[in-house]
Design a protein around this ligand. Structure first.
Ligand SMILES: [Zn+2]
Length: 79
């Protein structure tokens, strides 16, 4: 993929998942609720620079496993 096509692809940028935030996501926060999700289940939130830590900490405070990656990357599982 060329740099130009990557930039074009950002026109429909995914917004951050934080409530009320319209910034484009730059990170992906992958998580799972062990009480209701099986080990191979991965939920993913989009996060901007500002909310990446906020969202991850919210999940960690509930003892959910969390993995943060660059936006667009996927993970097999979070444990
Ligand atoms: Zn945000």
């Amino acid at each position: 993929m060329s740099l130009l096509s990557m930039l074009d692809g950002q026109q429909g940028a995914t917004p951050c998942s934080a409530s009320g935030c319209t910034a484009a996501a730059t990170h992906a926060v992958h998580w799972r609720n062990p009480r209701i999700h099986s080990i191979d289940r991965v939920k993913t939130w989009a996060a901007c620079d500002e909310h990446r830590d906020t969202l991850a900490e919210w999940l960690r405070s509930r003892a959910f496993p969390v993995v943060v990656t660059r936006f667009g990357e996927t993970v097999e599982r979070v444990a």
